[in-house]
Design a protein around this ligand. Sequence first.
Ligand code: ADP
Ligand code: ASP
Ligand code: MG
Length: 922
Amino acid sequence: MAAFSATISESSRFLSSTSLPHDAAAPKRKISASPFPSQCRSFSLPKPFPLSRLGVVSQWGRGKSLNICVQASVADISVETSMDKVHLPKGNMWAVHKFGGTCVGTSQRIKNVADIIVSDDSERKLVVVSAMSKVTDMMYDLINKAQSRDDSYISALDAVLEKHQSTALDLLDGDDLATFLSQLHHDISNLKAMLRAIYIAGHVTESFSDFVVGHGELWSAQMLSYIVRKNELDCKWMDTREVLIVNPTSSNQVDPDFLESERRLEKWFSQNPSKVIIATGFIASTPQNIPTTLKRDGSDFSAAIMGALFRARRVTIWTDVDGVYSADPRKVSEAVILRTLSYQEAWEMSYFGANVLHPRTIIPVMRYDIPIVIRNIFNISSPGTTICHPATEDEDGQRLESPVKGFATIDNLALVNVEGTGMAGVPGTASAIFGAVKDVGANVIMISQASSEHSVCFAVPEKEVKAVAEALQSRFRQALDAGRLSQVAVIPNCSILATVGQKMASTPGVSATLFNALAKANINVRAIAQGCSEYNITVVVKREDCIRALRAVHSRFYLSRTTIAMGIIGPGLIGGTLLDQLRDQAAVLKEEFNIDLRVMGITGSRTMLLSEVGIDLSRWRELLKQKGQVADLEKFTQHVHGNHFIPNTVLVDCTADSNVASCYHDWLRKGIHVITPNKKANSGPLDKYLKLRALQRQSYTHYFYEATVGAGLPIISTLRGLLETGDRILRIEGIFSGTLSYIFNNFTGTRPFSEVVAEAKQAGYTEPDPRDDLSGTDVARKVIILARESGLKLELSDIPVQSLVPEPLRATASAEDFMEQLPQFDKDLARERQEAEESGEVLRYVGVVDAVNQEGVVELRRYSKDHPFAQLSGSDNIIAFTTTRYKEQPLIVRGPGAGAQVTAGGIFSDILRLASYLGAPS
Ligand code: ADP
Ligand code: ASP
Ligand code: MG
């Protein structure tokens, strides 16, 4: 048995001001070798003593699956055989917990954390704690202020003091409080001196800065340890700078030195053996004992390293969300919690910006198959997300349908594109490019090279791009001058959207679906990268498109539900009926077809109603009255399109207003789909119409207007179907006006024409002024819409229209005057009808598109009594398509072509057509 001197060694102190006098936790006293192991508190190893002799064999650097735990516990050490040495027990008896800043944000929360620690019945517990929320930011701010010689660093430091002092006053009392406050004041006065030095120098070194910012963790860990110790007597706090040794790397990161850390941990533990250890997150030391940090958000990494050093059973990361979501819940409200993630998936998610976990957290724990569980301190009942080896994934039988697990984004990037024919086949070009990038210390986030080798494109943080571009310009000066390289281009304002999922590798078509979702949301992809591991597909998009892109792909893969934000313009008779139809059908659409239609806004000409989550359609009339604000179409559009979490937007124009119609172009350009029964855009000036259709065809934005002709009857879609399948339109002829259909169906010789018109007006079939129907303009608009749809380039003025309003009555002031005078003209139409009757014919008011002669007309025509047009009743429309295929017998569509219910129904079916274009199941 080796004889050890059982002395407490002074733990290595980097700067005396930062260390808590260990008297609270680990009394600095000399303990002589005792026969009672429990009293063997702290011992130091003789320097050259090989760890293996103590049975503590380092596992570092061995194969991945090594999970051997050294089980010796304090109680196992017999004085005779343990050489008076307290070993660090390792393995399953340890549970590691990490509490993020928000978990320890207030005194009440710190108490809550202490309760969680105490109620964990694990044999041993190692707790890693972050600084109180915002404190690390405050500390960085102090440095920035001092460095830029801004005196307010003094008051900012006071605020730091005040925050911790008041928390301590809330939490602690007696000796604990006195000791803590004395330490706090001591630290603050040292910090003041240091910041003063930084202020004078106007400069700060990294290690100085790391030393300052790490104080938040020192204070929070100490406060927590006092509270825990009230319940768990065997509790020590650990200044991890004494244990965690890391080497700085060139890329502003640090690599843990596991061997040295393990050695120091053994030493620390031998001096502070305890069952509960409260350790500082974030901070560490270099091998030269200089304080450093694990960089922003590094406490997760601290916990993972600790988990590995202790070979813990599990590392639980407590934060303020229920676990890892399929996307950042602040950006995608529909994101769902992922119950399990593989290490690889978690790594990819965190690397690409899911800041719920620091990306480097995975590596240390993966080595020992230690699961990480992310849990919500504010919702303890939620099981959280378990990150573990895929073998145990989906154990509970919960198979995720989507091959894609989650999405993450990184903003503030720039793309650099190095392009030129001289790059192809020249070995070493890529290495020269990235050599130059490395020289300026820039971090390359993704790389994409076309297989033609004509260009290499990569993304770097925006703030580094200037230096990168300059370095490349100078490195390739000669090649640029000689034209071998054509350019080094910088594309600023980019973001990365990463799609992550281990099953993507074995599922064909994932990228097609991804790009399809992006195209449908009208998002331009600037660069693409997919590693051969296929864990992730990364695309670069414009920064302003990023959130929309994220939502579009998320809803496509994850929700598998087509969610559409709708804005309804014109809640009059038709718009109102549509809203009522939507109200009645919404639940069925959602449940049976996974189509989620949300009306985010309703606007009339004076008032509009906006909602962040979707208007309750059972009360829309009441809400519009109560909560309506002054209508503003621009604001309305912006709200429906931009201010929510839904990737697809449609504006439904239920007005007959040409001002509203003139906005369609702009809306389509912004990626907003448009659906309308308003004829004004398609029958307006030809050049505008052509521009609109060209824009619609170029983009993936949809413009549907079935209800402009024949209300709910499938007229436009029938015509499209014919054209798209290669049929050729010869002629379209039809009764397009429900009103005029009614009038002539009832003008059978028993009553004068004016009486039939009066009856139609009474029954509500006509416009308030029947001249609007009788003039034929409305029919002419429908003719022009069908003519243009068939490829004819006609203006409205090219269509001769026979008006049924007698010439002398066209200028009559009111509808009433008109109706009063109309009987005077009855005889003309009576005569015409009589003549037709005599030759076995009827009068019908029709519109005709003559595609062969490229013309159209609207007029009163005579049809033989056995013609389909003569068989109509009520206000039916009838449309006959004569085509190359339907030459002998035209294709006829017939049915009610007017009225609020059928028109709204036509609009509704356009909305569902849009949903299916956007991926809803059929
Ligand atoms: P802590 O201080 O506890 O370490 P962080 O703020 O670092 O907490 O991380 C938690 C936050 O990460 C959450 O509040 C959430 O807004 C954000 N986050 C980003 N992406 C995701 C995601 N995919 N899943 C869960 N949270 C995410
Ligand atoms: N307090 C540190 C930070 O805010 C580390 C952490 O909380 O993870 O960056
Ligand atoms: Mg964090």
